[in-house]
Design a protein around this ligand. Structure first.
Ligand code: HEC
Ligand code: HEC
Ligand code: HEC
Ligand code: HEC
Ligand code: HEC
Ligand code: HEC
Ligand code: HEC
Ligand code: HEC
Ligand code: HEC
Ligand code: HEC
Length: 322
């Protein structure tokens, strides 16, 4: 009797466990399916090994002690300590297929990462960074299209900056090493690239550009030029009772972004800038308001009177004089 009971129970249990197994199998299939969709394609192809925490550099320590020590202080080294799973960084995440080299200690048995083709370097870094806010637009961006790699600006072991692992001491030095023509802007009469007493650029290249690419033309951080400017010059956004159409259209109709030898970052003297579109106004002015004056060049030219050149909220501001 007891035996039979037991057998019955066992049968019940096994029936239950069959059900459980089926449910579990479903769950696994579901997880794998969801997982595959969530993991970026590069990651799922990656050959990188997962390395347990606390082991970073163990197999390299013997011969590269200095590199391993320095690594621990870098952002990636810290990530190994504090993060789990695929975002944790180990030597092997970047230096793949290192087993042979570890045994032989021969240079030929491991790739020199700096000499890999850009596409390989980039996909190695994008294993983890392809979903990040600042870097997700890299692919197809202007810098990507010129065959640059992450290592054109970043360095893992020879970084010269305090932050962001840059190959040069600052963001600006990094950019200006290639974009030499922008450098002069810092020394012009009017400039965005002015420095604080400590020599830091207050409005830096990355205030307006995302070097990792982005939706907008010229890799701007805003969707358009104007939106990029409004981020800091919000009062120019309006809305205005009396709009000045070229302002709404593009700030670059009158300004230049980096530096200018005219005041107020104007791309040409203010009066010339107005003349591009308003040359027909001269006769009207010489017979009315500005009769005796040289309206073009005296002092601030047209802006002497049309001071609200970006738009006016005054009921009588149609002609942007107030
Ligand atoms: C048995 C000693 C030994 C071990 C263990 C070792 N290496 Fe090396 N590694 C060397 C030597 C020697 C060189 C050549 C150094 C040189 O030429 O200055 C080298 C060079 C390298 C290079 C440069 C390759 C090049 O072409 O410039 C990389 C990258 C490298 N090692 C990574 C690693 C990593 C990552 C590990 C651990 C996973 C590791 N090594 C473990 C001895 C070793
Ligand atoms: C984020 C990717 C990455 C990680 C992680 C990484 N490296 Fe490197 N490694 C590089 C790159 C890129 C270079 C090429 C030089 C450079 O840009 O700094 C390099 C170069 C090297 C070299 C050649 C010598 C040199 O200084 O240039 C050695 C040796 C080396 N790595 C060892 C290691 C060891 C050991 C670890 C773990 C403690 C490690 N790397 C972790 C990317 C990485
Ligand atoms: C043209 C130069 C340049 C290239 C190429 C470049 N970066 Fe950067 N990156 C920078 C600069 C400059 C910063 C610092 C931005 C700042 O201070 O606002 C930065 C910051 C970062 C950050 C930190 C972002 C944050 O939110 O602070 C990550 C991550 C990063 N880069 C990854 C990459 C990866 C991955 C690649 C290659 C796909 C790459 N970078 C290519 C210049 C570059
Ligand atoms: C295994 C994942 C992984 C890989 C591969 C990887 N990173 Fe990172 N990276 C991280 C993590 C984690 C951080 C820490 C901050 C964060 O969560 O974004 C980080 C931070 C950074 C930062 C910001 C550093 C700072 O001071 O704020 C830069 C720049 C960067 N990585 C560049 C690179 C470059 C260049 C490569 C390729 C050579 C690369 N990463 C490869 C995981 C990775
Ligand atoms: C105040 C915002 C701002 C800052 C700061 C800024 N830029 Fe620009 N940059 C722009 C705008 C806007 C354009 C597009 C101009 C156009 O289309 O007429 C541009 C265009 C460019 C171009 C394309 C070629 C050209 O000259 O038109 C390069 C290269 C460039 N910037 C590099 C830099 C570098 C390097 C820095 C830092 C030293 C920097 N920029 C700082 C706003 C800025
Ligand atoms: C290794 C060299 C190099 C470095 C470093 C570099 N750039 Fe570039 N950049 C280029 C090249 C090449 C182009 C494409 C030029 C072209 O198409 O006329 C470019 C294009 C640009 C453009 C114009 C994009 C467009 O749509 O016309 C901007 C803006 C720009 N870079 C900003 C930056 C900023 C900001 C930095 C620093 C974070 C930087 N660059 C660092 C090489 C570099
Ligand atoms: C990151 C913030 C920031 C962004 C973005 C920005 N500016 Fe500026 N801009 C400043 C600061 C700060 C000053 C200096 C203000 C001062 O000295 O009172 C300035 C000054 C100016 C000046 C006056 C220059 C002078 O010599 O007096 C003009 C014109 C100007 N910006 C236009 C623009 C335009 C056009 C854009 C878009 C391409 C833009 N700004 C984007 C921060 C910014
Ligand atoms: C029709 C030509 C024109 C356009 C377009 C234009 N500006 Fe100006 N802007 C000027 C003139 C002229 C001055 C100098 C005014 C003066 O001398 O008082 C000026 C001065 C400035 C100044 C410094 C003085 C102040 O008023 O704060 C800023 C900042 C500025 N503009 C931002 C912008 C922004 C942002 C845009 C795009 C939304 C823009 N401008 C579009 C003509 C223009
Ligand atoms: C890119 C062309 C362009 C530039 C440059 C330009 N404007 Fe205009 N401006 C316009 C247009 C378009 C209108 C709208 C005309 C209309 O509604 O009939 C306008 C309207 C005006 C008006 C109001 C006229 C009216 O009848 O409502 C004044 C005043 C004016 N602009 C002054 C200036 C001054 C001062 C400058 C130089 C700082 C300047 N503009 C530069 C295109 C321009
Ligand atoms: C001495 C002051 C003064 C100067 C300088 C001046 N204007 Fe005017 N402008 C006026 C006055 C006053 C009006 C008429 C305003 C009204 O009727 O409300 C006017 C009207 C205009 C109008 C609108 C005309 C209409 O009937 O719709 C435009 C456009 C204009 N000016 C452009 C310019 C340009 C471009 C310059 C520089 C070449 C300039 N102004 C210089 C005072 C001036």
């Amino acid at each position: 009797m007891i035996k039979q009971e037991n057998q019955k129970n066992r049968l019940l249990i096994s029936a239950r466990s069959v059900k459980l197994t089926i449910i579990a199998a479903f769950a696994v299939v579901l997880l794998v399916f969801v997982g595959q969709n969530a993991i970026p394609p590069v990651l799922s192809q990656s050959t990188s090994k997962k390395v347990a925490q606390g082991e970073v550099g163990q197999s390299c320590q013997k011969c590269h002690a200095a590199v391993v020590d320095a690594y621990a202080a870098s952002m990636h080294g810290k990530s190994e300590k504090f993060m789990e799973g695929d975002r944790a960084q180990a030597c092997e995440t970047c230096h793949t297929n290192s087993a042979k080299h570890v045994k032989s200690g021969k240079k030929e048995d491991i790739a020199d990462m700096a000499k890999l083709p850009s596409s390989e370097i980039n996909s190695s870094c994008l294993q983890c960074h392809s979903q990040d806010k600042h870097t997700f637009a890299w692919q197809g961006g202007k810098h990507d299209n010129t065959k640059m790699s992450c290592l054109s600006c970043h360095s893992q072991h020879h970084s010269k900056s305090e932050e962001k692992m840059l190959a040069r001491s600052t963001t600006e030095e990094t950019c200006l090493s290639c974009h030499t023509s922008v450098r002069k802007a810092a020394f012009q009469r009017s400039t965005h690239l002015f420095r604080t007493e400590h020599g830091d650029m207050k409005v830096g290249c990355t205030s307006c550009h995302n070097p990792h690419g982005g939706g907008a033309d010229k890799m701007l951080v805003g969707e358009t030029i104007n939106n990029t400017c409004y981020a800091c010059h919000a009062e120019k956004r309006g809305p205005f009772l009396w709009d000045h159409p070229p302002v709404r259209e593009n700030c670059m109709n009158c300004h230049t972004p980096h530096g200018s030898s005219n005041t107020k970052l104007l791309s040409m003297r203010a009066s010339l800038s107005c003349q591009q579109c308003h040359i027909h106004m001269l006769p009207r002015h010489s017979t009315t308001a500005a009769k005796a004056l040289d309206i073009w060049s005296l002092n601030r030219g047209c802006v002497n009177c049309h001071a609200q050149v970006h738009g006016s909220n005054h009921p009588g501001g149609r002609t942007l004089t107030r």
